[in-house]
Design a protein around this ligand. Structure first.
Ligand code: ASP
Length: 296
């Protein structure tokens, strides 16, 4: 598969704003070829070294990148206890990136500051993959979110997607709306008044509400719930209720980037519309695909 734009050998992956709808559709096809258990055919001739540089906590992103790299036959240098590195001695992100870029072939970066991944690209001669930059973006999460939707509906057009929760600080939302905007998707935004989607991501055609009304629920194909980003100072109170679940159609899917808190109780886990664990496991195929493409 040939890519029309940036997701190919040697490129960084920073923001969804850099991609077109054709890129994304190509990526969906590309990921399917990594979405099986036949790992052997992906073993490359040349082993590469990848740095997993995480300044913020992570379970799924860091471990799925680690697993993806290992299944592809690469090695991973994990730096997540940053208190034991020179970062604790006050080293800047730029100097840390310069250092690692001289040792490894690719850097996967999670950082608390918005724009950090982009800044890293300015001093790195190896690709940077944005694994979450503060309240900015989380583009690899978006690929797995889109892939989950694509697998379920076999399309990314003609869908109604309802994003519910902390839309202000939730970086998965910021990447996802930009990608969904490239498709024929109707977007509803549901969340507390103080946690509205930032202006720079907002489009007039979005329908906004503070609660998931029965009419929004009924029209929804994808309900995407997020937690309150308390560690970023967000305060809010909302939860997906049994009443909401009753209002959703039988063919709707309910997604969540995880981790979850009180906004999504485990009472819903056995409902066939709950796909958040599939979503999480799709992260492996997505990250294998991405590393496969970027490292060649
Ligand atoms: N795991 C996702 C992230 O890193 C979602 C979250 O933390 O709420 O942004």
């Amino acid at each position: 598969m040939k890519f029309t734009n940036k997701i190919f050998k040697g490129d960084s992956f920073i923001s969804l704003k850099d991609y077109s709808r054709d890129d994304i559709l190509n990526v969906m096809q590309g990921i399917s070829s990594y979405d099986d258990q036949n790992l052997k055919r992906f073993i490359p001739n040349k082993k590469k070294l990848i740095a997993n540089l995480f300044y913020e906590p992570s379970t799924r992103t860091s471990s799925s990148f680690y697993a993806a790299a290992t299944y592809l036959g690469h090695e991973v240098l994990s730096i997540n206890n940053v208190q034991y590195s020179s970062i604790a001695k006050g080293e800047s992100l730029e100097d840390t990136i310069r250092t690692l870029a001289s040792y490894v072939h690719c850097i996967i970066l999670r950082h608390p500051e918005e724009g950090a991944a982009y800044s890293a690209t300015t001093v790195s001669n190896v690709p940077i993959i944005n694994a979450g930059d503060g309240i900015g973006e989380h583009p690899t999460q978006t690929l797995l979110d889109l892939y989950t939707i694509y697998k379920e509906f076999k399309r990314l057009d003609r869908l109604t997607v309802t994003l519910m929760g902390d839309l202000k600080y939730g970086r998965t939302i910021h990447s996802l709306v930009q990608a969904l905007d490239l498709f024929d998707v109707h977007i509803n935004l549901i969340g507390p008044h103080d946690l509205k989607l930032p202006f720079k991501y907002y489009k007039e055609e979005y329908v906004e509400n503070t609660v998931l009304t029965d009419w929004i629920a009924m029209a929804t194909d994808v309900l995407y719930i997020t937690r309150v980003q308390k560690e970023r100072g967000a305060i809010g109170n909302y939860a997906f209720t049994e009443e909401d679940a009753k209002n959703l159609s039988a063919t709707c899917i309910v997604m969540h980037p995880l981790p979850r808190n009180e906004e999504l109780g485990d009472w819903f886990d056995s409902d066939p519309r709950a796909v958040y664990f599939e979503q999480m496991s799709n992260g492996l195929a997505v990250r294998k695909y991405l590393l496969g493409e970027i490292l060649g």
